[in-house]
Design a protein around this ligand. Structure first.
Ligand SMILES: Cc1cc2nc3c(=O)[nH]c(=O)nc-3n(C[C@H](O)[C@H](O)[C@H](O)COP(=O)(O)OP(=O)(O)OC[C@H]3O[C@@H](n4cnc5c(N)ncnc54)[C@H](O)[C@@H]3O)c2cc1C
Length: 535
């Protein structure tokens, strides 16, 4: 007898797991199929070397405001062992000349840090924070936590209120223009853009200007999961299994099965067919879902073309250097700023606004730019991630996926590049090299190899650019978490609001799927237009 369940979910990234948890809690019988040996996708924590007790988060580490997300509470993940830490000195940019620009949990300390560069910039920061806070809380956050509105309806909904009209006005700029128009000090400008660029929004793109003031208004700073990022996946899986769901790893999906205009199941790599009574939800990218897994006869030519044309971010790929250490990095700038010993995210190599065009040029040309990198020493905040008295630390650098047009080049270049990063790091933190017990690197190509949905190493699983946001993400017609066939859903980062560890594509898909299945979902928020200000 073939296995038959209510719903099948493809890929076990956190978005898939969030969707599966809601569906399992609703009483549906679900199975999640994962190609890798472990579940979690970007929620990966590995021990290196095996048996050493040194844990490394090889994909995501900084989970922004995670314990404030609605699904975190709905799914009661703390009862399943998830625990989040948000260190006080959240981000510290240390310039090559030893100055530091800092973001603190306490906003007045952030303002004071900006003032040490420019009093005017500190005042501008405070002004935008005050103005954008209600826009963020009443419009942007609810929007990210709901299926997107059609564009005309969105615009009309925003035009009803002064807050909405102001948002539309500020959005017209690009993040680059916003920063140049509002802030004067080149290090402040660079810090704001870099911090925003970490979310992979294209800084040159008009229409995204509001991302910077939204960032300034936000209290949701970087957090880390105690025990490593995988603990978040473990807590989701514990909840799913407690409610009768199943996760199957080492299981490559070969095809999605279709009868008439209805998706009925999937076939996996050993030929087994698994059937779904209600739905198949894909946490994969549009090329995988519509071009690789579905037979072309079941996909209209226009959908094939749109899936084919789906774009990935040029600036998203990351290179990482991961260290096992006998002691934590100590930055020479600590002599003037002893608080740096407690800094969570440290940015090195960035000082001036003008570095951005240069970094973009290198990405476009497939060459390696001068090092700008950022990272942490997680064990300073969570000693469980290394043997007693020892530490782990990492640095990430945005580097092109293909070097001179060839991604395979990374296999020969990566060790040497890791050494160069360590040299730069050691210049800022003298003595670091002497504390290194072991190290390894991961290139953008390694990212794609371990998570094939991240084409070109794009950790957002698709560019955040016009034509691929809101109701048009991943592409027009597919922007409401539904495929073109009955029973087919999309729940991964290729959907609104996009990539990173937010769980919101999975959460929003759960709202759509619950409504389509006629299920009562007390957790589901009211329609977006009811929540937006009306005047
Ligand atoms: C180096 C790196 C650092 C990052 N750092 C951060 C960070 O600090 N903060 C942050 O918020 N985000 C970060 N990200 C981004 C974040 O990890 C992703 O945006 C997020 O994981 C996407 O979630 P998802 O659920 O959509 O898919 P994923 O997490 O990508 O999961 C997709 C799953 O599908 C599986 N899969 C793919 N193809 C198949 C197939 N054919 N059959 C079966 N299974 C398949 C994959 O193995 C994977 O488990 C980082 C990513 C990388 C690579």
């Amino acid at each position: 007898m073939p296995t038959t369940v209510d719903g099948i979910i493809l890929g076990s990234g956190h978005n898939s797991l969030v969707l599966q948890a809601y569906m399992s809690r609703a009483g549906l019988e679900t199975i999640c199929l994962e190609g890798n040996a472990h579940y979690g996708g970007g929620l990966t924590t590995v021990e290196y070397p095996t048996g050493s007790g040194f844990l490394h988060n090889t994909h995501s580490f900084y989970h922004r405001g995670l314990n404030g997300l609605p699904w975190y509470d709905d799914l009661e993940l703390e009862q399943q062992g998830a625990q989040y830490l948000q260190p006080e000195l959240n981000v510290a940019l240390i310039t090559p000349s030893g100055q530091t620009l800092q973001w603190w949990n306490q906003f007045d300390k952030t303002v004071a840090s900006f003032a040490s560069f420019s009093q005017r910039d500190a005042e501008t920061l405070q002004k935008w924070r005050d103005e954008f806070r209600p826009i963020l809380e009443q419009i942007l956050i609810p929007e990210s936590q709901a299926p997107p509105l059609p564009l005309e309806q969105r615009e009309a909904g925003l035009r009803r209120s002064a807050l909405g009209r102001r948002l539309l006005e500020v959005s017209q700029l690009s993040p680059l223009e916003f920063v140049q128009e509002n802030f004067e000090h080149p290090t402040v400008q660079a810090g704001l853009l870099f911090f925003n660029g970490l979310r992979e929004v294209d800084l040159r793109c008009a229409g995204f200007g509001h991302h910077i003031p939204a960032l300034l208004a936000s209290d949701t700073l970087a957090q880390m999961c105690r025990g490593g990022s995988l603990q978040l996946a473990n807590s989701l899986v514990a909840d799913i299994e407690q409610h009768g769901g199943t996760i199957r790893c080492n299981c490559r999906i070969q095809s999605i099965l279709v009868e008439g205009d209805q998706v009925v199941g999937v076939e996996v790599d050993d030929g087994e067919q698994i059937y779904a009574r209600n739905f198949v939800a894909s946490g994969l990218n549009p090329q995988q879902t519509f071009l690789e897994l579905l037979d072309p006869q079941h996909v209209p030519a226009s959908w094939q073309q749109k899936a084919h044309d789906y774009q990935y971010n040029l600036l998203a790929p990351l290179f990482s250097l991961n260290l096992n250490l006998s002691g934590p990095p100590r930055y020479s700038a600590r002599h003037d700023h002893p608080e740096l010993d407690e800094a969570f995210m440290v940015i090195l190599g960035l000082e001036h606004f003008d570095q951005f065009p240069e970094i973009i040029r290198h990405h476009e040309g497939g060459t390696i730019p001068p090092t700008v990198m950022w990272g942490s020493c997680p064990t300073q905040f969570d000693s469980s991630q290394a043997p007693t008295g020892n530490h782990t630390a990492f640095m990430w650098e945005k580097l092109p996926y293909a070097i001179s047009g060839n991604a395979q080049e990374w296999d020969t270049l990566k060790e040497e590049h890791g050494k160069q990063m360590l040299d730069v790091w050691d210049r800022h933190a003298p003595g670091l090299k002497d504390q290194v017990m072991d190290l390894f690197t991961r290139s953008p190509l390694d990212t794609e190899r371990s998570l094939p949905n991240m084409v070109g190493g794009d950790l957002l699983c698709g560019a955040l650019a016009h034509g691929q946001i809101g109701p048009h993400r991943p592409f027009p017609g597919a922007g409401h978490y539904r495929g073109h066939l009955s029973g087919l859903y999309l729940c991964g980062s290729c959907c609104h609001p996009g990539g990173n560890i937010t769980g919101l594509p999975g959460y929003n898909c759960a709202q759509v799927l619950s409504a389509d299945l006629g299920m009562v979902s007390a957790w589901s928020p009211p329609p977006l237009l009811q929540r937006w200000p009306a005047s």
